[in-house]
Design a binder for this molecule. Structure first.
Ligand code: GLV
Ligand code: MN
Ligand code: MN
Length: 428
């Protein structure tokens, strides 16, 4: 048993204050997005904009009286002491780095929501038994250094620190040098001392919750993900003079791979849940009248069941070789990210569900289609997530990403309830 029920009069966060904090962080790295005409957010990991965003959030952490530590991969942890300093903390967290075309909710809702939970507890002068930690992790997006959940994966020991430090962006800059450049190469050890539990509130980033008209997603787990980076090399030639059968065109190979991915999905061989995306194709030299000599492309394949994803990859990788042979090009592929499906702790799922219900909010169980820091934390401690719906079919990784003040507040209120209950649990 725990002291939670006795001590509990339900608190609620300040929705206006939370929303204002999302606007405040969203102003850092704001840019004009030509295609949508909207103001978007561009805070790629470890850029000057990310550095400014980090300093802004650290200042907010300190203003709340939290003790801030920065580890050697730049993960930031802010701690509020509890009544029992020996007890393991309850952690909330997410990320504040973004893709190059982001809105202001992805990741930030979890971090700023965590700080709003602390602010609410401070205002009510409520001291929990366990300490509470609010974290943000480095390069969750993988948009700059090509592998996602980098900081949380190092904290969870899936990726070694030296490996993470030596990753490079397209300009050849390393994670370590960029951490140094923005002043976030901390000295705390990266290996995370397992918290009591971890909870992350996040926008769904998809259409499911909004279409079902529910307030809260009880996240049961995260699907398996594979990222490949392909370099296809052929031979440049004049577009007008070179007969088609004499070409070695890497563009044709890239197109065949993309269409093959779609055919794999449509075949149903891997169930309808297989997802495949080619997000980058860069042709060199990239001229209208020149057969390219090189294509660099990315492939993102996902499935809720890792066994099924393995089978799909088992078909895809030999196809790279087949295309190489048939098109007389060279296809090199590198696995840049690979995570299995994970299930969140039943205890955390149950708490999310019960507190959503307790607040009279509608809810639905959902598997996350996107990757999250919570999946790394799940290897370290009981972990779970609270999803909130997004408008415009839940569009995300886009400046149109939008959740209302009420949608955000619902999610953070449920996180507050879950954290307050977990933070009263007994034991170390
Ligand atoms: C992270 O946002 C991902 O799922 O790609
Ligand atoms: Mn995210
Ligand atoms: Mn994202």
């Amino acid at each position: 048993m725990n002291g939670y029920d006795e001590r509990m009069t339900r608190l609620s966060i300040d929705a206006d204050r939370l929303y204002a904090s999302l606007d405040g962080l969203g102003a850092i790295g704001a840019y004009h997005d030509e295609p949508t005409g909207l103001t978007g957010v561009r805070r790629l990991a470890l850029t000057a904009e990310d550095g400014a965003g980090r300093r802004h959030v650290v200042a907010a952490m300190r203003a709340l009286g939290l003790a801030v530590t920065v580890d050697r991969i730049g993960n930031v942890y802010a701690r509020r002491e509890g009544r029992d300093p020996r007890a393991k903390p309850v952690m909330m967290g997410s990320h504040i780095d973004s893709v190059a075309t982001a809105g202001r909710f992805d990741g930030c809702l979890g971090v700023l929501g965590g700080l709003e939970v602390v602010r609410t507890l401070n205002d009510a002068q409520r001291v929990t038994r366990r300490p509470i930690v609010v974290a943000f992790f480095t390069e969750e997006e993988g948009a700059r250094f090509s592998t996602d959940m980098l900081g949380s994966a190092v904290a969870a020991k899936r990726i070694a620190l030296e490996t993470a430090w030596s990753r490079t962006d397209r300009a050849g800059k390393t994670v370590k040098s960029e951490l140094e450049a923005i002043g976030f190469l901390g000295d705390a050890p990266v290996e995370l001392d397992p918290p009591h539990a971890y909870v992350e509130c996040h926008v769904e980033q998809g259409p499911v919750l909004r279409a079902a008209n529910v307030d809260i997603g009880v996240v049961t787990g995260v699907q398996a993900i594979a990222w490949h980076e392909l370099v296809i090399t052929g031979r440049s030639a004049h577009a007008g003079t070179t007969p088609m059968d004499l070409r070695r065109d890497p563009g044709i190979a890239a197109a065949r791979i993309q269409l093959y991915l779609r055919a794999m999905v449509l075949s149903g061989r891997y169930t309808k849940q297989l997802r495949a995306t080619v997000g980058v194709t860069q042709y060199s030299p990239g001229l209208v009248n020149v057969v390219p000599n090189r294509v660099q492309m990315t492939v993102d394949v996902r499935h809720p069941d890792d066994e099924v994803l393995k089978k799909a990859l088992g078909e895809l990788v030999p196809f790279y070789a087949k295309v190489a042979e048939e098109e007389r090009v060279e296809v090199q592929h590198k696995v840049t990210a690979r995570t299995p499906d994970i299930a969140f702790a039943p205890r955390v799922q149950e708490l999310v569900l019960r507190h959503a219900e307790g607040r009279g909010l509608s809810f639905k169980k959902i598997v996350s289609g996107a990757g999250h820091d919570a999946q790394e934390m799940a290897a370290v401690c009981p972990a779970g997530m609270v999803f909130v719906p997004g408008e415009y079919e839940g569009i995300s990784h886009n400046p149109r990403e939008f959740s209302t003040k009420e949608q955000c507040a619902n999610g953070v209120n449920v996180m507050l309830d879950v954290v307050m209950e977990l933070a009263e649990e007994e034991g170390v």
